[in-house]
Design a protein around this ligand. Structure first.
Ligand SMILES: CC(C)(COP(=O)(O)OP(=O)(O)OC[C@H]1O[C@@H](n2cnc3c(N)ncnc32)[C@H](O)[C@@H]1OP(=O)(O)O)[C@@H](O)C(=O)NCCC(=O)NCCS
Length: 119
């Protein structure tokens, strides 16, 4: 949307980061079978291509690592062309989430998740 565009006519980077954090957090919650996750780190973020108003963005993630209480996702945001269905990467990063209890302290990711991804 036009409201998401910065002064150079491109999507504002902070807006893209917000979308990535939200999408990745949702995916991490599904993987960990828990909504109680916080973002502890967003690694290097590379904005490879400009995004303009009206373009569609798809955000993809895959599990890069599962620790004791943390999960690291590799993220790609891609521009999607509705005519051709082509996709091209516009932004890449990795995000680390930590599973927490009600007091905000780290708690282990379920063993079945560790077993699934740490082979
Ligand atoms: C996430 C948080 C609970 C971790 O607390 P902590 O005291 O550092 O806990 P620990 O040292 O036991 O680390 C817990 C896990 O976080 C990981 N971690 C902590 N700091 C990290 C960092 N800078 N980079 C990557 N991983 C980190 C640890 O490696 C550990 O993972 P593991 O159990 O899989 O090995 C705490 O830092 C926090 O509440 N941060 C704020 C989160 C938040 O509000 N996010 C929203 C962004 S505004």
């Amino acid at each position: 949307m036009v409201r998401d565009i910065g002064i150079h006519g491109n999507l504002f980077g902070g807006t893209m980061l917000s979308w990535i954090d939200e999408a990745a957090g949702s995916y991490a919650a599904q993987i960990c079978h828990s909504p109680n996750l916080v973002t502890v780190k967003i690694e290097e973020v590379v904005f490879e291509k400009a995004v303009k108003a009206g373009q569609q963005i798809r955000i993809y993630g895959e599990v890069a690592a599962v620790g004791n209480t943390s999960i690291t996702l590799s993220i790609e945001a891609r521009k999607y062309n509705v005519y051709s269905t082509d996709e091209s990467v516009v932004c890449r990063t990795r995000i680390v989430f930590v599973r927490i209890d009600e007091g905000g302290d780290p708690v282990p990711v379920p063993q079945l998740v560790k077993d699934r991804y740490n082979k």
